[in-house]
Design a protein around this ligand. Sequence first.
Ligand SMILES: CSCCC(=O)C(=O)O
Ligand SMILES: [Fe+2]
Ligand code: NI
Length: 236
Amino acid sequence: MNDDNTSSAQEGGDVAAAPPPSKKIKSDEVDQAPDSEWPEAWLMPNDECVDQKAPNKLEPNVPVTVEELKALGICYWKLDATAYTYPALAVPWDPKDSVDPVLSKIRDDRGYSYADIITVHPDTLPEYETKVKSFFEEHIHDAEEIRFILGGSGYFDVRNKKDEWVRIHVKAGDLMTLPEGIYHRFSVDDTDMIHAMRLFVGQPVWTPFNRPSADVHESRKKYIEEYLEEEKKVED
Ligand SMILES: CSCCC(=O)C(=O)O
Ligand SMILES: [Fe+2]
Ligand code: NI
């Protein structure tokens, strides 16, 4: 994207040039976290994942940069989840009940009108191991996936531009969004505990479209166009 908002060099001096039409309205949205605060991310081995709850790092580890995560369409904010209390389970949870001003601002900036709160743990989620396996199926959604981690930790895996798995280790305070149409999956880590808020714009639709049938889904095509083919676009 071309972020250069400066006007061209002055020519005459006696005639004031009309200001360029203001295309960029200064955004007052909550800033995403500085790179140093993003969660740790790394490449996973290519072969089939035998233990989804293990870190599955390459030997030696290959870290994935924040720049690369951003280029895939991922957004990240760091909040203070420990300063506020959230129920272990609330389906739904009214996002208007937020008393965290940062969460409220992100909610309003991005139109998050629905939320719920779940705890993925053997004692709180019926058929725990079955659910853990089903979260780990590679899929897309036809909407953004928004997760605010309130406690515990887990892994969101996303496909990078080379179709390799990138593992992102999320923990309390992490608010991360995955764009519509990105191939991804979720796993608990070896602590078997994650407490998370799921947000949504409008009525929630959690339907996963699994690979490979999702390859022809409109949301996948849109994602490819927007994020995977950008080197083909020519901008002046
Ligand atoms: C992190 S909470 C439970 C899993 C989940 O959100 C998901 O699979 O998208
Ligand atoms: Fe998901
Ligand atoms: Ni998903």
